[in-house]
Design a protein. Structure first.
Length: 90
């Protein structure tokens, strides 16, 4: 039962939400707009390292982990029996 919770608990949902959030902030809202907002709130200039991480490294890493997860996906089994598709969907 722990395996079922580990694979289908909040982990995958949180991962999808983080990926969409990073892409939304960096590429849709705009990295420069986000950096200006952070500078306004913190009164600290955002360096090139954070711009590089937020704009390219983190989104590309998250997308590649997502693709890798689907390439290596296998259905859950218990005592040698596969879970039904309906159970996996729910």
């Amino acid at each position: 039962m722990i395996t079922l919770v580990d694979n289908f608990g909040a982990g995958f949902v949180i991962y999808i939400m983080v990926t969409l959030e990073v892409i939304g902030i960096a590429w849709i809202y705009g990295l420069s707009n986000f950096c200006h907002d952070v500078e306004f709130m913190l009164k600290v200039k955002i360096g090139w390292y954070w711009r590089l991480c937020w704009g390219f490294i983190v989104p590309i890493s998250l997308i590649s982990i997502f693709v890798y997860t689907f390439i290596n996906y296998s259905t859950l089994t218990h005592n040698g029996h596969d879970f039904p598709t309906v159970a996996l969907g729910i």
